[in-house]
Write a protein of this length. Structure first.
Length: 279
């Protein structure tokens, strides 16, 4: 059943995405925000398909934490699901993405037709400049900026180093950071053709102010909240981690023998400089 659903979804995805991509190319002349508004009508269509074909629904907690002005979102990245769903959950937004994605037929062409932040990851330090320069422009246009600080999709129950690019952008632009945790990878695994039905829980954390804080501190606070929230909401993802901690805690304590017991008999007397008893 999962295979049938996933196959049907792949067919519908192609049938819907190709016309939207071609439409995006045809309206290249329109203002950026107009293109964004028109092209992103693809999102509710696909979310309906995801809900009714794949059986993946979602629930949001912490929606009251969203500020009224544009912000930088630092989100957990586990699947392609959140790249679609966050566009429905959050105000108008754009993503920091790899420039090579824009070359993917149809899907990439659609991405290229809307405002975004496409970076060349091989550019090293220049890539950070690209994020800040383009990110500040998108924020001024009224778009939120979504950054996946771990840099790639990670499996449920695991994590990677949180890169500070998103926090640096927020600091330079003077906008708050919003952390987001979710479990989409539980049902839509990385590079997996077969998706499984279930409920994705999206948790939006308290706003992290950047004023008076270093970017590194903001990044660390976002990471701490996201990882703690992941363990609070989805403890079954971290059973192996808890087992390892328990094993360490229950390991028998090894104590050194008392000094008096070391080197008993002749060896001890030799160490103390005394001749052994000759009897």
């Amino acid at each position: 059943m999962h295979l049938i659903r996933s196959s049907l979804f792949a067919i519908v995805l192609a049938l819907v995405t190709i016309p939207y991509a071609l439409f995006g190319i045809l309206i290249f002349w329109a203002p950026p925000m107009t293109r964004h508004r028109l092209i992103t009508t693809w999102v509710p269509v696909m979310m309906w398909v995801i809900r009714h074909v794949l059986g993946i629904r979602y629930r949001v907690i912490g929606r009251e934490n969203l500020p009224s002005t544009p912000a930088v979102v630092l989100a957990k990245h586990q699947s392609a699901w959140e790249t679609i769903a966050l566009q429905q959950i959050l105000p108008p937004l754009c993503y920091v993405l790899k420039r090579e994605l824009l070359r993917v037929p149809f899907f990439g062409w659609g991405l290229a037709s809307i405002p975004g932040i496409a970076i060349d990851r091989a550019a090293g330090k220049d890539a950070m400049s690209q994020v800040v320069e383009q990110g500040r422009a998108r924020l001024k246009e009224g778009l939120w900026v979504v950054v996946f600080p771990e840099g790639t999709r990670v499996a449920p129950g695991s994590s990677r180093r949180y890169k500070p690019g998103g926090a640096i952008l927020a600091k330079r632009a003077g906008v708050p950071v919003v952390p987001i945790a979710h479990n989409a990878g539980e049902f839509w695994r990385r590079n997996a053709f077969i998706k499984r039905p279930g409920e994705v829980v999206v948790s939006i954390g308290p706003v992290i102010a950047v004023k008076g804080e270093k970017a590194e501190t903001v990044n660390e606070r976002a990471e701490a909240w996201i990882e703690a929230e992941m363990r609070r909401l989805f403890p079954h993802h971290y059973l192996g981690e808890e087992a390892a901690v328990t094993e360490v805690a229950e390991a028998p304590e090894v104590t050194a023998p008392p000094p008096a017991a070391v080197g008993e008999g002749p060896a001890r007397e030799k160490a103390s400089g005394q001749a052994p008893d000759q009897g």
